[in-house]
Design a protein around this ligand. Structure first.
Ligand code: UDP
Ligand code: MG
Length: 318
C-alpha cells in the first residue's frame, strides 16, 4: 500500500502482529485479504497498517515469502527466529517490535476474520484500551477438544476472576497496554490471560472462527494438555495449597484406621494386618508422589525463569 507522504504525518499507525509457523500456504492469502479490507474500509483514510510477521522457525518457505512481501510493501516488517520458539514467544517478540498507536494480534491462517478489524478500531476510538476478541462460533473442532477448552476456560475464569470464556488471541491493545506487557519480565507468559490481568479499560467484540485458509493446525491433544497445565499454574497457587489439604485427608484416614485397629484390639478381635498395611502404604505413597509432582511443576517453572535465557533468538530481521 502506498500513502502520500504529506498525509502520513497526520495518520496513526496500527501494528498488526502475525505469528507464523509453517504458513506458506496462507501468507499471500492473508496479506491480500488484509490489504483489500484496509483499502475498502474507512480505515485507509486515517490509519496506516504496519504488518509485523514473526516467522517462528518455519521450514516450509514462510520466511522467504514474508521477506518478499516486505520487499514489495514498505509497511511490512518481519522477524525470523533461529528455530521454533512457540506462538507466545512470537507474539511477545511482535509486541516488542511494534511501533503503532495500537497493536492487533491475529493468526496468519485467516481464522481471525479481517472483517472484524474496523469494528475493533472503532471501539478503540471510543477510548477503550484493550479490545478482547470472543469466539461466538468456535469453528469446526473435535467435540472432545471443545469440551476440554470449555473446562479449561471455566477454571481459568474462576482462578483469575475474569470472564475468560471463549476468549482468544485476536485482540487490539492500545500503546499504553503494549508498553505494560513489554515491561513484564516473566518468560512463561499466557498472552490470552495477561491482557485481562494487566487491567485497563477493556471492551469485547465477538467473531466467528473461520475455516483455516490452508495448511493445518499446529495443536495436538498432548500439546494442548501441556499448555493448559503450564498456563493454569501461571495464575494460581491453589494446587500447592491442595497438597496440604490432601496430606491432611490422608492423615485423617490413617488416624481413623488406627483408632479402628485399637478398638478392634481392645474388643479382642484380630486386626486384618496385611490389607490395612497395603491400604496405608498405597494411600501414603500415592499421595506423596502426586504432591511431589505438583511441587515439581512449580519448581521447573521457577528454574526456567531463573535461567533467564532469552525467550527467542532472532536470525534475520527488517
Ligand atoms: N504459531 C506459531 N508458532 C507455533 C504454533 C503456531 O507462531 O509454534 C502460529 C500459527 O502460524 C498461526 C497461529 O499461531 O498463525 C495459530 O496457530 P494454529 O492455527 O495452529 O492454532 P489453532 O488456530 O488451531 O488454535
Ligand atoms: Mg488456526
Amino acid at each position: 500500500m502506498v500513502y502520500p507522504s504529506a498525509r502520513i504525518q497526520y495518520m496513526k499507525k496500527i501494528s498488526i502482529v502475525v505469528p507464523c509457523f509453517n504458513e506458506a500456504e496462507v501468507i499471500e492469502k492473508y496479506y491480500s485479504a488484509m490489504t483489500d479490507m484496509w483499502e475498502r474500509s474507512d480505515l485507509s483514510a486515517s490509519y496506516i497498517p504496519e504488518f509485523i510477521f514473526v516467522n517462528d522457525g518455519s521450514d516450509d518457505g514462510t520466511g522467504e515469502l514474508i521477506q518478499a512481501l516486505s520487499d514489495r510493501d514498505k509497511n511490512v516488517r518481519y522477524t525470523s527466529f533461529s528455530r521454533n520458539f512457540g506462538k507466545e514467544a512470537a507474539i511477545f517478540c511482535g509486541l516488542k517490535q511494534a511501533e503503532g498507536d495500537a497493536v492487533i494480534v491475529m493468526d496468519a491462517d485467516l481464522q481471525h476474520p479481517p472483517a472484524a478489524i474496523p469494528e475493533m478500531i472503532h471501539i478503540w476510538e471510543e477510548g477503550f484500551t484493550i479490545i478482547e476478541g470472543k469466539k461466538r462460533y468456535r469453528g469446526r473442532e473435535k467435540r472432545s477438544m471443545g469440551i476440554m477448552a470449555r473446562i479449561f476456560y471455566a477454571l481459568m475464569s474462576r482462578i483469575t476472576g475474569f470472564d475468560m470464556s471463549d476468549s482468544s488471541d485476536f485482540k487490539l491493545i492500545d500503546r499504553i497496554a503494549v508498553d505494560t506487557l513489554n515491561s513484564l519480565s516473566e518468560r512463561a507468559t499466557f498472552f490470552r490471560a495477561l491482557t485481562y490481568w494487566i487491567g485497563y479499560r477493556s471492551a469485547t467484540f465477538t467473531y466467528d472462527v473461520a475455516e483455516r485458509a490452508g495448511g493445518k493446525s499446529k495443536w495436538t491433544g498432548r500439546s494442548l494438555s501441556w499448555y493448559a497445565l503450564v498456563n493454569l499454574t501461571s495464575f494460581t497457587y491453589a494446587p500447592l495449597y491442595l497438597i496440604g489439604i490432601t496430606g491432611l485427608i490422608i492423615l485423617l484416614i490413617g488416624a481413623g484406621l488406627g483408632i479402628d485397629a485399637v478398638i478392634s484390639y481392645i474388643g479382642g478381635k484380630s486386626v486384618g494386618g496385611y490389607p490395612s498395611l497395603v491400604l496405608l502404604i498405597t494411600l501414603a505413597t500415592g499421595g506423596i508422589m502426586f504432591n511431589l509432582g505438583i511441587i515439581a511443576v512449580y519448581i521447573a517453572k521457577m528454574y526456567t525463569e531463573l535461567k533467564n535465557r532469552p525467550r527467542y533468538i532472532i536470525d534475520r530481521q527488517k
